[in-house]
Design a protein around this ligand. Structure first.
Ligand code: NAD
Ligand code: UDP
Length: 313
């Protein structure tokens, strides 16, 4: 059945893919974004669709609309961007959650929070299960993002327990793909742009830290399945690809796939940079019948093809 769906952060990397997919599935989509890290370019191809609407709005301010579902994605996700104005980042997560939960409560809409593996901080438990409470530095440079997202999860749970709001929480692990901003600062887009332009590949630290990279299409499948689970299942649920790589392995793979002459250089590791990260996805497998299908090599090939075409390198 056709639904009216609000996507906050809809002009960003994940949000624009989500809007596109929800429209393809026959829904009416309202995209709300303040264009901090999002771009019109990401959604311009949707503007002709009469079932798509774009609204420039900041989620730290209240917003009123009638919809059936809300996907709350508004928040800068790259360390460079979320540390640019850390107070604003916390406001976006916390006040954004309050405003969107208030809306969901008032109009009785279902609401999904795009939470993050960062709630686990620099994890001591490996791989990370949803029952792990995390190891976050509350006063460090990443806290504006990590603690903002943790507070948003607490708010979601409290609106659910206190006001019976119909909530879903997913914890997204590092996701990459076409439409990442070339200057986004995250590792996959950095390495691909550097390799294609023949620039040095900037590995932070000794490159032994690990991440588990999920391709955008897989992530969205998990996110949409979660939104449409029975009301009793609220999560949080990990959505990510459990195949773990060191950052050095990622750099070598990108160099090989682009036939690049770029050299790897080493730069200081940013503070509180997690040493390891890998999702345990048993809960998603059980409750969503979901697991990722696109493995790193294939996902990187698709992403490299996009960057090649888009930036004509
Ligand atoms: P992104 O930066 O491309 O998208 C975020 C979007 O939110 C942008 O369009 C930005 O303009 C918008 N935004 C930021 N602050 C806003 C505000 N105050 N009001 C309205 N809009 C605002 O990042 P992304 O990778 O697409 O991430 C989307 C969501 O998923 C974020 O909430 C992020 O925390 C979460 N997430 C992403 C990843 C990942 O690997 N991509 C991992 C974990 C969690
Ligand atoms: N990283 C790197 N070079 C870069 C960008 C990032 O070595 O040019 C490292 C970063 O230090 C981290 C990992 O890659 O260990 C993932 O960084 P990203 O910012 O993509 O995501 P997050 O740290 O939030 O998982």
């Amino acid at each position: 059945m056709k639904k009216k769906i609000l996507v906050t952060g809809g002009a960003g990397f994940l949000g624009s893919h989500l809007c596109e997919r929800l429209l393809k599935e026959g829904n009416e989509v309202i995209c709300l974004d303040n264009y901090f890290t999002g771009q019109k370019q990401n959604i311009v191809h949707l503007l002709d669709n009469p079932y798509f609407e774009m609204i420039r709005h900041d989620v730290t301010m209240p917003f009123m609309i009638e919809v059936d579902q809300i996907y709350n994605l508004a928040c800068p996700a790259s360390p460079i961007h979320y540390q640019y104005n850390p107070i604003k980042t916390i406001k976006t997560s916390v006040m954004g959650a309050i405003n969107m939960l208030g809306l969901a409560k008032r109009i009785r809409a279902r609401i999904l929070q795009a939470s993050t593996s960062e709630v686990y901080g620099d994890p001591i438990e490996h791989p990370q299960t949803e029952t792990y409470w995390g190891n976050v530095n509350p006063i460090g440079l990443r806290a504006c993002y990590d603690e903002g997202k943790r507070c948003a999860e607490a708010l979601f749970m409290n609106y659910h327990r206190q006001n019976d709001v119909d909530i879903k929480i997913i914890r997204i692990f590092n996701t990459y793909g076409p439409r990442m901003h070339p200057n986004d600062g995250r590792v996959v887009s950095n390495f691909i742009m550097q390799a294609l332009q023949g620039e040095d590949i900037t590995v932070y630290g000794d490159g032994s830290q690990t991440r588990s990279f999920c391709y955008v299409d897989d992530l969205l499948e998990g996110m949409i399945r979660m939104m449409n689970t029975p009301q009793e299942f609220i999560g949080p649920v990990n959505v990510g690809n459990p195949n773990e790589f060191t950052i050095l392995e990622l750099a070598q793979e990108v160099i090989a796939l682009t036939n690049s002459k770029s050299k790897i250089i080493y730069q200081p590791l940013p503070s509180d940079d997690p040493l390891q990260r890998k999702p345990d996805i048993s809960l998603a497998q059980k409750e969503l019948g979901w697991e990722p299908k696109v493995q790193l090599k294939e996902g990187l090939e698709r992403t490299i093809a996009y960057f090649n075409l888009r930036f004509k390198i």
